[in-house]
Write a protein that binds this ligand. Sequence first.
Ligand code: PMP
Length: 423
Amino acid sequence: YQEFSRPGQEDNVTEQLSPTSGLVARPGPPSIVEGIEGCIGNTPLFRIKSLSDETGCEILGKAEFLNGAGQSSKDRVALSMIEIAEEEGILTPRSGDTIYEGTSGSTGISLATLARAKGYLAHMYVYATLVSRPIAKTLMHMQPSCLPSDQAIEKSNLLLKLGAIVDRVPPAPIVEKDNFVNRARALAKTHTASSGIPSASAEEQSDLPAADDRMTRGRGFFADQFENEANWRAHYEGTGPELYAQCGGRIDAFVAGAGTGGTISGVARFLKPLLPRLTVVLADPQGSGLFNRVVYGVMFDVKEREGTRRRRQVDTIVEGIGINRVTANFEAGKELIDDAVRVTDAQALAMARWLVEKDGIFIGSSSAVNCIAAVKTARKLGPGHRIVTVLSDSGSRHLSRFWAKAGDVGGAVDTKLEDVMNA
Ligand code: PMP
């Protein structure tokens, strides 16, 4: 996309794209693709009618829940991380190599799905708050992947259905060596073709069930979505160019939350050189430190938080976005973010219900946060502007937490947008 990204060529960009490049929203059904990996990207962009009509702006949602492997925006990232590792010779398809990640859900689901498609073993670490540390340690070896347990249970259940190894680890401060990311990293490092289960002592290994001999094959790769820059590059090469092409180069604002920061950094880095007047807005849930980083240039309490914070102290029901440190993927684009909107859980819940009630759109918690921030941005910019946001995943991934709290949307309801925004 080098040619494509040169500034000053906005007007004829669609013609410049090769019809086989995959960037053009094709009329009619897409052609046959190779495997489930071929169903990633090129997601629809649609006008969210209720929000557009109410604000007088065009509010557009990128339907990332339609990515075909793990059904979220993380499909792009997982595929990018795996393909780059393959190019670098770190992973070889169908060799029995293992992919490790500490994940809150969506990335793990995408990695586990693609691992199956390509013949790898996926091993995910999940936070489990319900068991004590010693018990969790034991469980870890019986039920070998790393995922925070303050996430909806359907996500870790799905990982198990996909045949991933799921390690439930107790929540630990991000700097502690036992935290899920560090644990995944350490395991991947010590993984060799003959090392057995690497983190277990000889004594622990003797107690392990034979079924875990799946883990003894191949090499280990720690995907590292927070620091691995293959993440923002996936959005720079996919989501950004798709949005530009779908909008014919006319976008006034791009609104997104940040979990790893890959989406906002990748899209902003692609779009900003082409559209210097684009406003990039961070949608930040309550409890996250990124809002202050964008608005005031500092992360309040960052030292204290980094040293002491448990993941659950990001006190929100919203999953997948909101963090209290600057990751490599957020760093990659942070100077391109112009504004930030802080969104409460109550607003996110009310917006999720609104979108079902008015539009029949059933989305997850981070998408609801993005939509609140999109409406605020629309009001700030005034009518007539085009605001693009990301609908990262479906509500069905959030039934047991977020949607359990949102409740059922009633039949004869007539909610006012003002009530949603003031929730
Ligand atoms: N929404 C959901 C549901 C997610 O899982 C994530 C990723 N953690 C995001 C949004 C945020 O994306 P990013 O990591 O690119 O900042």
